[in-house]
Design a protein around this ligand. Structure first.
Ligand SMILES: Nc1ncnc2c1ncn2[C@@H]1O[C@H](COP(=O)(O)OP(=O)(O)OP(=O)(O)O)[C@@H](O)[C@H]1O
Ligand SMILES: [Mg+2]
Length: 375
């Protein structure tokens, strides 16, 4: 289909900084999105982890099926690579309905959206990825569509233009966003169910890896799987990507089996350390610890020290370093935690750190700690 319906899945922002095939970047490049579709779970039963969102969604879908009506509109929010698109497609397959896919940036004119909405069959799922990037006029059209299953089609131009209300079939909107904070209140309020995706436990990532290894026909040992899972930053996309890299290594340099030794050797080759830090993450941390005595230091200075743009350091490296409890953002600048010194094998300074104990605890998600420190 042409127009605003994407043929494939919408690509994420290319984003600053890392090369698209960077081993631990949580975003996916275009090619990777194609590979990923083969590994996507197709039912809730197949969907690993995210117990809270999965259980709540199961209830929402079950209830709707019993009532024989489309479920509430669903918003899925959370960092890249945690399974939002997978869940959106699962909603369609659990309901046995078609999923029409588009994305916020693909809807340029509200007329495009009106056409899309009026083409939906009863009960269809409309999946809008990156919904926070939808243009304002299209967003306003969406309000009425979500609430009353109606759209206003504007006929004519200028003062003579009239809005003709048009009925559309009841449908379920599934929106996905990595930036829920950028959503307007009125849009957010129209979702009956909001699923906040969390980073995965290592044990869940091991299950993701076991499943993917099966699908890819790779022999993966339990300790090999644990090793990869531990370096995957709580993100299934990264786990699957590391598995593919390690598999390549296993096929070329070993007997094809992914064992602990093979995983370690391959991940060392790809510069992914045992916490999942890559070379750039480590050089940021190393500069902070060794050259600036643990900080505080401004992000611009830190970026110059590693030869990167400040926004790359800020948006690409720091979220995970903060989440891993290695770095803190304070009003006076970036500060290394004791864990950072230990991780890099540097002695912790005797006089203590600029950051006193407690605040260095690993926060459960990057976003909240960011607002905490960046006030
Ligand atoms: N719960 C899960 N169980 C099994 N595999 C998963 C799960 N979640 C994600 N994956 C795998 O991780 C990959 C990325 O997931 P997905 O594309 O759904 O993430 P996303 O949240 O939509 O990311 P983005 O924000 O970049 O669009 C998929 O290929 C899928 O196979
Ligand atoms: Mg997605």
């Amino acid at each position: 289909m042409s127009g605003p319906f994407d043929r494939g899945l919408p690509a994420a922002d290319a984003g600053p900084g890392r090369v698209p095939d960077d081993a631990v970047d949580p975003r996916a490049g275009d090619e990777e999105r194609v590979v990923e579709s083969a590994l996507r779970p197709h039912s809730l039963a197949d969907f690993i982890g995210q117990p809270k969102v999965a259980r709540q969604l199961d209830l929402v879908l079950e209830g709707a099926k019993r009532r024989g009506r489309p479920p509430d509109h669903v918003l899925l929010s959370g960092p890249p690579g945690l399974g939002k698109t997978s869940l959106a497609l699962i909603i369609g397959s659990e309901l046995g309905t078609a999923v029409k896919i588009t994305s916020g940036p693909a809807i340029e004119r509200s007329g495009d959206l009106a056409a899309m909405l009026s083409n939906l069959a009863p009960g269809d799922v409309l999946f809008i990825d990156e919904i926070h990037r939808i243009a304002r006029p299209a967003e306003e059209l969406l309000y009425m569509a979500m609430e009353d299953f109606r759209v206003d089609v504007v006929v004519g131009k200028g003062p003579g233009a009239t809005a003709i209300p048009l009925e559309i079939n009841p449908f379920t909107l599934v929106g996905a966003t990595t930036r829920a904070g950028l959503l307007t209140g009125p849009l957010r309020d129209r979702f009956g169910f909001v699923g906040q995706m969390e980073f995965y436990e290592t044990a869940d990532l091991e299950r993701v890896l076991a499943r993917s290894a099966d699908l890819l026909g790779v022999e993966l040992t339990a300790d090999g799987s644990a090793e990869i899972a531990g370096r995957s930053r709580g993100t299934p996309r990264i786990a699957n990507r590391l598995l593919r890299r390690v598999r390549d290594y296993a096929e070329v340099r070993a007997d094809g089996r992914v064992t602990l030794e093979v995983a370690r050797a391959a991940l060392a080759l790809y510069d992914v350390d045992d916490l999942g830090l890559d070379r750039l993450d480590r050089s940021v941390l190393e500069a902070l610890v060794a050259r600036f005595g643990g900080g505080p230091v401004g992000v611009a200075t830190l970026a110059v020290a590693v030869g990167e743009e400040p926004h790359t350091v800020e948006e690409v490296c720091e979220p995970f370093l903060v989440r891993a409890g290695l770095l803190a953002r304070t009003p006076r600048g970036r500060v290394a935690t004791e864990a950072a010194f230990r991780h890099l094998g540097h002695p912790v300074p005797r006089g203590g750190l600029a950051l006193s104990g407690g605040t260095a605890d690993p926060p459960s998600d990057g976003a909240s700690s960011q607002t905490l420190f960046d006030a």
